[in-house]
Design a protein around this ligand. Sequence first.
Ligand SMILES: Nc1ncnc2c1ncn2[C@@H]1O[C@H](COP(=O)(O)OP(=O)(O)OP(=O)(O)O)[C@@H](O)[C@H]1O
Length: 216
Amino acid sequence: MILVENVHKVYPDGTRALKGVSFRIEKGEFVGLMGPSGSGKSTLLHIIAGLDKPTEGRVLVDGKDITRMNEDQLAEFRKNNIAFIFQFYYLLEDFTALENLVLIGQLAGQREPKKRALELLNFLRLSHRANHKPYQLSGGEQQRTAIGRALMLKPKLILADEPTGNLDLEEGKRIFELFLELRDKEGITFLIATHNQEMTKYFDRVLRIRDGLLEN
Ligand SMILES: Nc1ncnc2c1ncn2[C@@H]1O[C@H](COP(=O)(O)OP(=O)(O)OP(=O)(O)O)[C@@H](O)[C@H]1O
């Protein structure tokens, strides 16, 4: 599902964030990305998501070389394949949980976005909060809403950057259990950056990164 080959990233200010990273992840794997602050986790996730370009090397997602796509091709590919989940949920504050989901489907020209959104909120055990706005939701509920939004377009790959960084341990575990259920039911592949050692047990395997290089 993901093939990363000799990826380097040098930022314009000269910071060498990635120094030759290579690995592969099979479809349906549930993989952790762990390492100290500043080791390159976010940079790597952004490059795999096509949100940033590597300076050198290539990244294939589902067999397609995303490093050679132009912006339009990337946007189309991302829409159909990849979802990104952030530590801070970036929900639209003036919209309800339901509307936050429906909007994504509408923008993508989905046929029945409301039906899909309601199904997802039900799966996420959020039906009773569907008509609430983000400020009326707990952190865990906001993250579950963000997960619902990520699922609207049926991604094959979910990349998550510290998805439980803002939640207490119990709520964090519930989010991971939800992710595992999605992997089992839908075959979604996951790559999740986290600092949280408690979550190690959930992963099939963990990629450890330090100073821009993977450790073996
Ligand atoms: N836009 C940028 N310009 C210059 N340097 C950057 C930029 N973004 C990140 N860096 C640097 O690149 C390195 C890797 O950063 P990155 O955010 O990928 O690390 P991280 O492992 O995700 O850290 P954290 O766990 O703290 O989020 C760090 O030294 C960081 O300061």
